[in-house]
Design a protein around this ligand. Structure first.
Ligand code: NAD
Length: 498
């Protein structure tokens, strides 16, 4: 059985841990590799290597650091096909979607290539007589990232791309379900010219996360995953004096006003609800049509659209989506469908019985559609994270606005309409962090920032963009005085600019 190693101080390192995680091929249901979980001592060794490397890396001028980022981008593009195949084989998403996962990460690397400009700092000449003030952003030291299974390329790159470019070293703890691509990215970072120790990969579950959250040399932790764990990571990390940003789960709504272009909406919804088997934090698993006429028309077209969907293995070019990540996750989705039915929602399309011929042991599940879902239902309130679309009917714009605003999660939301005034009002008033107007998956581009509200994010700094740079740096402000002649005034009184 193939073992997936750690990556410490510039080399793969097998380690001595006795606990392992199974890495499945979700198409066949077989275990294709094992990942050895790092021991606390191995995590400490990785942190020590990172701390040692960080000093020289921070002293490397930003243009040289940017050159490493340019080269890393070139190498990832060179290996795009191989990386996408590797990603699909462990995650189950189709190849085109894996390429999208890698590409969205590379866009953050592109942003990081501009780091010399972004780190220039501020300067005030003549803030007082002979006084100049300048402020700069300096790296924190060793930072860490803990990432979920669903974007094993993009989310690690959101984190280490910015953190390394600003002069930190990094410990990445990827999901134990699909760790091969993050490992390969670390190797490519070395090939690109980053010094050994600048990017390290350790493996594990809660125990590895706890070792990171309590390690005194780690200054900041970025986490993306489910909300209960995000909350735990935020509480534990901050209690140990770390800066923490912890992104959590989601239940994004798509509000459809009566004037929307329904043909377009149905296409958009289908991709956003069922693409990547619904395993996206920016998926749209809830649609809120306004008015019964809109709801009936939407439902009819959605049923027809679902009939055209092809579920297939992740290398099938014709497939719209592939298997989910594990048998346990497939069961969880199927259980939620049963709960929804028991709660009284109408199960219009039931994807539970889907089987792919020749791949009977694969983790496949067909698309499901519920109608007449009510806000009081558990299946509405909780994240399912599978190919399940729920129709929640609203009578008015105000009711539709209230649903995502009052939901426990507040990651993304979309409104579909031709009415600019209604869209503008919705975007302004809705209590959610990322809004799409006729855009079903409003993931901001790399030079903006990514982050939800409410239980979708703990901490107050978003991922990537300028907020990402702020997260991974601290500000130093220098006040310099070069007076002519003797100093006048009372040295015991706080200086003012009066
Ligand atoms: P998860 O919470 O199970 O795992 C995330 C990370 O936490 C993994 O690295 C895992 O090893 C670690 N972990 C697992 N159990 C732990 C524990 N008890 N204590 C500490 N750490 C633990 O999430 P997942 O299933 O890998 O990913 C899916 C979830 O991530 C969904 O809820 C999805 O909405 C969310 N997600 C959120 C965003 C966002 O930006 N808001 C983006 C992608 C995914």
């Amino acid at each position: 059985m193939r073992n997936i190693a750690q990556f410490v101080n510039g080399s793969p390192f097998d380690g001595a841990g006795t606990r392992f995680g199974d890495v499945f091929n979700p198409n066949t249901g077989e275990v294709q590799a094992r990942v050895r979980f790092s021991t606390d001592a191995e995590i400490d060794a990785a942190v020590q290597a990172a701390a040692k490397a960080q000093l020289g890396w921070a002293a490397t001028n930003p243009q040289r650091r940017a050159r490493v980022m340019f080269e890393f981008k070139r190498l990832v593009e060179r290996d795009m096909d191989l990386l996408a195949e590797m990603l699909s084989s462990e995650h189950g998403k189709v190849i085109a979607d894996s390429k999208g996962d890698i590409q969205r990460g590379l866009e953050v690397i592109e942003f990081a290539c501009g780091i010399p400009h972004i780190l220039k700092g501020d300067y005030t000449e003549g803030a007082g007589p002979g006084i100049d003030i300048y402020s700069m952003r300096q790296p924190l030291g060793v930072c860490a990232g803990i990432t979920p299974f669903n974007f094993p390329a993009m989310i690690p790159m959101w984190m280490f791309g910015i953190s390394i470019a600003v002069g930190n070293s990094f410990i990445l703890k990827p999901s134990e379900k699909d760790p091969s691509v993050p490992m390969r990215l670390a190797e490519l970072m070395m090939e690109a010219g980053a010094p050994a120790g600048v990017l390290n990969v350790v493996h594990g579950d809660k125990s590895a996360v706890d070792a990171i959250l309590t390690h005194p040399l780690i200054k900041a932790v970025s986490f993306v995953g489910s909300s209960d764990i995000a909350s735990y990571v935020y509480q534990t990390g901050t209690a140990h004096g770390k800066r923490v940003q912890a992104m959590g789960g989601a239940k994004n709504h798509g509000v459809v006003l009566p004037d929307a272009d329904l043909d377009q909406v149905v296409k958009d919804l289908s991709g956003a609800a069922f693409g990547s088997a619904g395993e996206r934090c920016m998926a749209l698993p809830v649609v809120v049509p306004v008015g019964q006429k809109t709801a009936d028309a939407l439902r009819e077209r959605m049923v027809a659209e679902i009939e055209t969907l092809k579920v297939g293995i992740s290398t099938d070019k014709e497939a719209h989506y592939g298997p989910v990540v594990s048998a346990a996750h497939r069961k969880k989705i199927a259980d939620y469908i049963q709960i929804g039915r028991d709660e009284g929602a109408e199960l219009v399309v039931d994807g539970r019985d889907f089987h792919l011929q020749g791949y009977e042991q694969g983790f496949f599940i067909g698309p499901s559609l519920f109608d007449h879902v009510k806000p009081t239902m558990k299946t509405y309130q909780e994240e399912i994270f599978g190919p399940v679309l729920q129709i929640v009917r609203a009578e008015t714009f105000e009711e539709a606005l209230r649903l995502p605003s009052e939901h426990q999660y507040g990651n993304g939301v979309a409104i579909f309409t031709r009415n600019g005034r209604a869209a503008r009002e919705f975007a302004s008033r809705v209590n959610v962090g990322m809004v799409g107007i006729n855009v079903p998956i409003p993931v901001p581009v790399a030079y903006h920032t990514f982050g939800g509200w409410k239980r979708s994010a703990f901490g107050d700094t978003n991922q990537h963009g300028v907020e990402g740079v702020k997260f991974y740096t601290k500000v130093k402000t220098v006040t310099a005085r070069w007076p002519e002649g003797d100093h006048e005034g009372d040295a015991f009184v706080i200086p003012t600019m009066k």
